[in-house]
Design a protein around this ligand. Structure first.
Ligand code: SF4
Length: 325
């Protein structure tokens, strides 16, 4: 695949391989002046994803443009992860997938099948295996319900554009799942400190406008579950426990009123004071969205109650994302 194509689809295995072959370290990408364009483009990817729900097109006229575009993708992923915010991760994964869809619509069938193969989809004579179809089709839409489709010998007939739409969902899922395993080095927060700060305040505003988290209690890590049950049973939870809980619930998209409701059972509950503390931690009045403490910190506070899954995580959000996969 040529560099132009790779830059349109930087999530493909071939693009990752290309980056690896260049032998550039994360430190170089984050500090060398040569990669300044890639760093700027990475922030642009995230900003567009948050504000517009898609990724803007970059003008690509030569191989250097393409190389910067490809490098910007792994940087953007690390930036997305360092937000420690479910809303940002979901929005970013969807935005990248939508951008790919817009491109794929204009590709020929051979290329579409090539991408589909990478996602393990079985496509034969303009038809897709029904199990792949069901996995990725937006079946809340009548048009996509299996009963409304031509199904023959286990294959559903699909037009090229429809395969691209199914691939959009496969790409979104792949990107989101990969982010769950990604740890952003601390340098990311340092290099992009101002951008992250600026965009975080926009995330707060957007969440207020529309997002209500689809929080799933069974997937919460044991430390968070323990704090919640202590709060619910009216026990006095130390400040660091409350802080951990609020940062976590905020990161997964729960709004302030829902968080406040949880704390209403605390023995010393005072609505004004609790609201002030929550809004301070979530950045509404402080302008700073506080990060969830890492496992090592929670452990020193005596609030860690690890289970088997905890062996593989270093951060409560990582636990949650992996369990939700
Ligand atoms: S290891 Fe981490 S996620 Fe697991 S209980 Fe302890 S602090 Fe929570």
């Amino acid at each position: 695949m040529d560099l132009f194509k790779l830059s349109y689809y930087p999530f493909l295995a071939e693009a990752k391989e290309w980056v690896k072959e260049q032998g550039v370290s994360v430190e170089e990408i984050l500090s060398d002046v040569i990669y300044e364009r890639a760093r700027r483009r990475a922030i642009e990817r995230i900003e567009h994803a948050i504000l517009k729900g898609t990724i803007s097109e970059a003008p690509l006229t030569n191989e250097v443009d393409c190389a910067m575009e490809i490098f910007s993708y792994p940087i953007a992923r690390m930036i997305a992860v360092s937000f420690e915010n479910e809303y940002v991760l979901r929005r970013y994964a969807l935005a990248e997938a939508k951008k790919a869809y817009e491109r794929m619509k204009n590709e020929d069938m051979q290329f579409i099948v090539h991408i589909a193969e990478e996602f393990g989809m079985e496509i034969k004579n303009d038809a897709i295996h029904f199990s792949d179809y069901l996995r990725y089709a937006p079946t809340w839409d009548m048009k996509w319900k299996l009963v409304n489709r031509d199904l023959k010998d286990g294959y559903v007939s699909v037009a090229k554009q429809e395969i691209a739409r199914l691939l959009q969902e496969a790409i979104r899922k792949k990107i989101y799942d990969e982010l769950a395993y990604l740890y952003a080095p601390p340098e990311i927060k340092r290099v992009f400190y101002n951008d992250i700060l600026r965009l975080r305040s926009k995330v707060v505003v957007r969440k207020e406008k529309k997002i209500r988290g689809d929080a799933s209690f069974p997937d919460f890590p044991p430390c968070i579950k323990a704090i919640i049950s202590a709060v619910k049973s009216g026990k006095n939870v130390p400040h660091v426990g409350r802080f951990t809980l609020v940062t976590f619930l905020n990161a997964i998209g729960m709004d302030e009123d829902e968080i406040l409701k949880l704390f209403s059972k605390s023995p010393d509950f005072q609505e004004d004071k609790a609201r002030y503390q929550i809004e301070h931690i979530t950045g509404k009045i402080s302008g700073t969205v506080y990060s969830i403490p890492r496992c090592s910190t929670i452990r020193t506070w005596g609030l860690c109650y690890p289970d088997e899954r905890c062996k593989y995580v270093s951060h409560p959000l990582m636990y949650y994302r992996r369990k939700r996969k």
